[in-house]
Design a protein around this ligand. Structure first.
Ligand code: AMP
Ligand code: MG
Length: 351
């Protein structure tokens, strides 16, 4: 299959290009487009065939459900059985935006879309291109991250092209995704909302709106038999570059000296080394490639660069990557969740 690549204005998407993308979706095809989190791979969420093709293009296990994307609140009703009060409050506060909520699904949503579950995940993205294409299609659009399953999520059209060229109908290039980490997922089907995947909308932000919010305990620990994540996708290895990633904890000086020591040993063994550093420390590492995620206190910058840098290490043929760690609170929780998964939960204490 030939994949058509088009460039679109991120702020004012050209109507004829939006129409072209929407036409493909209405015809059952697959279109990757930018959202404010990462690039999504869109297909008709009510069409089992289109959803099957999404799983195939991504190489995604079929028990890992897709998120349905809508472009106005009125599109929620037909796809869910009920809208709990907490969900109403959260959508008033955070939609459109990087928040996905889990609802009991209605009969029109195929089980292929939900990976066999009786619930459906729904998001109303705020990116003008995503909004315009979904609106023009007139459909709820299934939109998982537009990467090969297991790879870091794509934050640029070039990442999508690298993973999915030849496997989907169209890639709509609308520049860099602003947040760079996938949406927060919150389950609103129980008494207290539960965060299943941390993202830009933090626990603290949601608690200011609905009171208590829980965090699925499987988020920061390695999933096990006893501790299964409630979002099926969270049990898979994720975001992993080819390199072996290790997170290094400890005081700044201890981390720098330990990482340099490990890079030296790896170098002697003929390995190419990489470090995920910050602006404050980037000049202090001795590795083949040192990439700065951003300023330590600008977590949104760190989040936006994370997947791009993980992909860059692959591109540069790096064998081992050492990464600094961040506080596991606020937006840092999402960053540490993705880093932990990229590292297969491998951590080293430098103290
Ligand atoms: P992605 O589409 O790549 O952002 O991944 C979607 C994530 O949402 C995966 O981790 C899924 O397991 C999760 N998800 C989708 N639908 C549901 C659902 N009905 N219940 C729980 N988690 C879900
Ligand atoms: Mg994904």
């Amino acid at each position: 299959m030939e994949t058509k690549l088009i460039k679109i204005s991120p702020e004012n998407p050209e109507p004829q290009l939006v129409e072209e993308a929407a036409r493909i979706l209405k015809d059952g095809g697959l279109v990757a487009f930018p959202t404010e989190t990462v690039y999504g791979l869109g297909g008709n969420g009510l069409d089992s065939e289109a959803c099957k093709n999404i799983y195939i293009a991504k190489g995604r296990p079929s028990d890992n459900p897709l998120i349905l994307h809508i472009s106005q609140i009125s599109e929620l009703r037909p796809i869910v059985r009920e809208i709990p009060l907490a969900a109403q409050m959260l959508m008033d506060a955070f939609w459109p935006g990087p928040l996905t909520m889990i609802f009991p699904k209605s009969h029109i949503v195929p089980l292929t879309t939900t990976g066999g579950l009786d619930t459906v995940a729904v998001r109303f993205p705020s990116h003008p291109v995503a909004m315009a294409i979904i609106r023009a299609s007139g459909l709820p659009i299934a939109g998982p991250s537009a990467n090969s399953s297991g790879k870091p999520s794509p934050t640029r059209a070039s990442h999508v092209e690298f993973d999915l060229s030849g496997k989907i109908d169209m890639i709509v290039d609308g520049g860099a995704a602003e947040w760079g980490l996938e949406s927060t997922i919150v389950d609103v089907t129980g008494e207290v909302p539960v965060i299943l995947r941390p993202g830009a909308i933090t626990k603290e932000m949601m608690e200011a709106v609905v009171g208590e919010v829980f965090i699925d305990p499987a988020i920061l620990t390695k999933p096990s038999q006893d501790l299964r994540p409630k979002a099926p996708g969270m049990k898979y290895t994720h975001y992993s570059p080819k390199a072996k990633v290790t997170l290094v904890r400890g005081s700044r000086e201890a981390v720098i000296s330990k990482v340099n020591q490990m890079c030296h040993t790896d170098g002697v063994e003929g390995k190419r080394t990489g470090v995920l550093a910050t602006e404050e420390t980037k000049g202090r590492y001795q590795a083949d490639v040192v990439l700065s995620l951003g300023k330590r206190d600008k977590l949104e910058e760190i989040g936006a660069n994370l997947f791009k840098h993980l992909r860059k290490f692959d591109f540069l043929g790096i064998d081992t990557v050492y990464s600094e760690v961040f506080p596991e609170e606020g937006e840092g929780l999402a960053i540490m969740n993705r880093l932990n998964k990229a590292a297969g939960y491998r951590q080293f204490d430098a103290e």
